[in-house]
Design a protein around this ligand. Sequence first.
Ligand SMILES: [Fe+2]
Length: 71
Amino acid sequence: MTPGTMAGSQEVAGDAPGKKYVCNVCGWIYDPAIGDPDGIIPPGTPFAALPEDWVCPVCGAPRSEFSLLEN
Ligand SMILES: [Fe+2]
């Protein structure tokens, strides 16, 4: 993995663009390199850049239910 080298990606202050986030409710993992599997969010979108009303595609939990996934 090469954080910070994605072509055309925007910098998000205070957040690591390449970090994965895990849903506290169902355990689904948001991977910025993949985006949303439903196709709403394009690959390369940092978690911090997701829309405020975005929810977990599996269980519908809000963004506030997600935690940073450390390696
Ligand atoms: Fe979930």
